[in-house]
Design a protein around this ligand. Structure first.
Ligand code: FBP
Length: 345
């Protein structure tokens, strides 16, 4: 592939036929400039006065570090510059109205997985762009299917942008010589069946029966219902896990579990699950809570959490079937959990 198409040139073409296309292009371009600067700050860290010290808790009760605050400041400044109607940010308790007549609303996680920074592991910025409905705030309470575009930047060995726009998922890399994002991959497709799963196994005793059944089956390898050996990964960084799935398939799970405060999972609907689900589906994959398609869900609160299962269509389908068949059985009877034969039949 010719690596000479810059993000701005790409956006000129890709947004041409979209309603609100030029506003969408402006938002993505402004976020990309902020991501370029943020990536430099992340790479230099302590040299630029960022040492990862705690600045307390954010409104959602998650630990906040200096870089979360810095990222939030830069990303929200970029969105104000683009003149969006309203912003929901992970780091801010209430939605911010910027210009209530503007065309677009944006939900953003300015720095996902920031706790990984101390270990020099990839982290990212996730965003979701919607057309403003009758008023700016109600836009955020519409289903994920109303997203116009979504994407994320990864700050890792390379700084990349994964962008879901106009039903295609395309990938850009930051060329540090020119400080431009450049297209490196168009129309990413997720393999439909890859024997690889990602889940935080330390929570196994808290999972529901359907998730336990699925992972138990994966661990059985060739003697399992799946009939193949599985590989496992857990990076603890949503953006990095999603990138691996886009490259080679597999499934990522952050399910609801029995721990206090995890009854709706850990991840947030508006700025983590909705944008990831759009990316997965437009790349030929799927995303579900185990019971419902993520894109069909509407948030009830700006920082609502949701269980997230995403990746290759076969794995998401199998997990959905297990939630339909095993979990109700488990919830309603004291009978043995399930028979291993015919798990997905
Ligand atoms: P934040 O939203 O607090 O940054 O946390 C999100 C996240 O780091 C995801 O990127 C990752 O998938 C998950 O939390 C890891 O959670 P856990 O530490 O419970 O495995």
């Amino acid at each position: 592939m010719d690596h000479s198409l810059s993000l701005d040139a790409y956006l000129d073409g890709a947004t041409l036929s979209l309603e609100q296309g030029s506003s969408v292009a402006t938002v993505i371009s402004d976020l990309a400039h902020a991501a370029d600067e943020l990536s430099e700050l992340i790479a230099a860290g302590p040299l630029y006065g960022i040492d990862g010290h705690s600045t307390g808790m954010n409104s959602g009760g998650d630990q906040q570090i200096d870089l979360d605050v810095e990222a939030n400041g830069r990303m929200c400044a970029a969105l104000r510059k683009s003149s969006v109607a309203a912003i929901v940010s992970e780091e801010t308790e209430l939605p911010e109205i910027v210009d209530s007549d503007a065309e677009l609303c944006v939900a953003i996680d300015p720095l996902d997985g920031s706790a990984n920074l101390a270990n020099n592991i990839s982290i990212g910025t996730i965003f979701s762009i919607r057309r403003r409905s009758r008023d700016a705030l109600s836009t955020f309470f519409e289903p994920g299917t109303t997203q116009l575009a979504a994407g994320y930047f990864i700050y890792g060995p390379q700084t990349t942008l994964v962008l879901a726009l106009d039903r295609s998922v395309d990938i850009f890399i930051l060329d540090r010589r020119t400080r431009n994002f450049v297209l490196i991959r168009r129309g990413v497709r997720i393999p439909s069946d890859t024997p690889e799963f990602a889940i935080n196994m330390s929570n196994q005793r808290h999972w529901n029966a359907a998730v336990n059944a699925y992972i138990d089956d994966c661990l059985l390898g060739t003697s399992s219902e799946h009939g193949e050996d599985f590989n496992m990964r857990w990076i603890g960084s949503l953006v990095a896990e999603a990138y691996r799935i886009l490259m080679r398939g597999g499934v990522f799970l952050y399910p609801a579990d029995a721990r206090r405060n995890y009854h709706e999972g850990r991840l947030r609907l508006l700025y983590e699950a909705h944008p990831m689900a759009l990316i997965m589906e437009w790349a030929g994959g799927a995303a579900s809570t185990g019971r419902d398609r993520i894109l069909d869900l509407s948030a009830r609160m700006p920082h609502q959490r949701v269980p997230l299962i995403m990746g290759s269509v076969r794995a998401v389908r199998d997990l959905t079937l297990l939630h339909q068949r095993i979990q109700p059985l488990y919830e309603s009877s004291t009978a043995p959990l399930f028979a291993r034969r015919g798990l997905f039949l």
